[in-house]
Ligand binder design. Sequence first.
Ligand code: IPM
Ligand code: MN
Length: 398
Amino acid sequence: MNKREKTIVTLPGDGIGSIVLEEALRVLDRAGFSANYVEGDIGWEYWRREGNPLPERTISLLEKHRIGLFGAITSKPKEEAAAELDPALQEKGLVYSSPIVGLRQHFNLDICIRPCRTYKGNPLNFIRRGRDGKIEEPEIDVVIFRQNTEGLYGGVEWSNPPDLVYRALASHPKFVKNFGNTPREELSVSTRIFTRKATERILRAAFDYAKKYGYRSVTVCEKPNVIRETSGMMYAMARQLQASDYPGIELWNTNIDAQMMWLTKNPETYGVIVAGNMFGDIVSDGFAGLIGGLGFACSANLGEGIALFEPTHGSAPKYAGYPVSIVNPVAMIESACMMLDHLGEEQTAGRIRQAIAAVIQEGKVRTYDMMKLPGSSDVSKKGAASTRQITDAIIQHL
Ligand code: IPM
Ligand code: MN
């Protein structure tokens, strides 16, 4: 172990997580980036064996090293998860919750950045018919800033709410009017709490990024016309901030529903987009779909003095057991590039991104998704590259 080097906590997680993570590490290494890596236990295996998908020792590792590279995680609904517990752990009232959401909460990784940029020559790029009937392929360069800890992900929720909560709700005239006649046992409540502090942090992060990288606009994508308190607060704060600190950047305001419609009309119009947790989750999948889907979607989760990088795809369990893996590692490698940027290794990150772009543009080495094939173990016979082959091609271009 080299003392001067940064130590990075690798968190392969479930399914294809470990496969794509290994490839990303290979690219980092071949690009000349070196670090110490320590692996953290996380995911389904630990849920089944220990009743906790995010063991305390993993938290400690991150606490110590402050930087993580995460693969993917399997999540299942409450009952299904409980049924898979080790028999010795059953009936103990253990409740499964997503360890990635847990990490975001525990370390207050409140800023999530999700860039969605078109790779030229990607057969999965969104196309549309233009005014003259010609096919257009808009170039998308959107960076989504998702508030990562609050809102609907805050975990403050009840079914059959307890007395105190019920009484508090009943003090609101709208509650009395709309829900007053519903028996309490028939109520489920999930709260959407925004704080000024976290809202300001995500807004500032978005504006600072737009300023630093020369984006013309920041779009607040919420629903302030209906969700007046939370969305309303975010938009009002954005207006103030823009006026006082970012006069050179335009502030736009879209509603999440309309934004999803405009996705296919004018996605190239948008630059930086900022949203609360749930709408940020939605809009980032929406834009990812235009640039090739989750195989291309990377992300950073940033807190104060701590960062965790992850592809936004899941663990794709059905592809995990293939003797030769076919999944697309680009999202994971791109997430590793975001980590390099964060560590001040922008040049190395840039070289890797160029290599990915070259492989995609050449079009000789393509994973099954890029060939629009259904995923199956015989895609190589149809000319699809394996996970390893496309990684090799990227490495060759470095
Ligand atoms: C994401 C995912 C997660 C989320 C899931 C896996 C809990 O969809 O990172 O976007 O909802 O945040
Ligand atoms: Mn998501």
